[in-house]
Design a protein around this ligand. Sequence first.
Ligand code: PH2
Ligand code: MG
Ligand code: MG
Length: 164
Amino acid sequence: MELDHNTVYLLLGSNLGDREGVLNKAIDLISKNIGKVISRSSIYETEPWGKADQPAFLNLALQVQTSLSAILVLEKALEIEKQLGRIRIERWGSRTIDIDVIFFNAEVIHIKDVLTIPHPEMQNRKFVLEPLFEIAGNVNHPVLNQTVKELYETLTDKATVKKI
Ligand code: PH2
Ligand code: MG
Ligand code: MG
């Protein structure tokens, strides 16, 4: 078997400080600590979801090839968030960096209070689907059994999402 046999899709977000600089540092740390970055979407400026009264986010999606398990990818992602100065203040609130696991191969994973893959809300959020569609339109959602393209086309979230 190949060494880097897992394909993981990550969604990165930042709405505090030097947003673009932080995203680039996160990508660098992901390539050093998680695996090879196979593709990256453009950066999108996105309207905050969940709590309107906060600065706009920058979001982007990555495809990464890794030898790590899903839970280890999560652990590494949390370490990188910490390293880049993330402090968890409130749910859906501002953050210097957020790294979410969207897909891990075609696996369905549910570890209560720890990790759910595919990301349970990804199909409802334009700030996830628009960047993801750019690099993963043909990827199938293993629970909904629709491609990212199909999910994107039937999305009802009308939030402002703009490529920068
Ligand atoms: N992340 C959240 C809550 N709201 N809104 C946008 N636009 N982008 C995000 O990445 C985001 C959000 C929780 O992680
Ligand atoms: Mg998130
Ligand atoms: Mg997160």
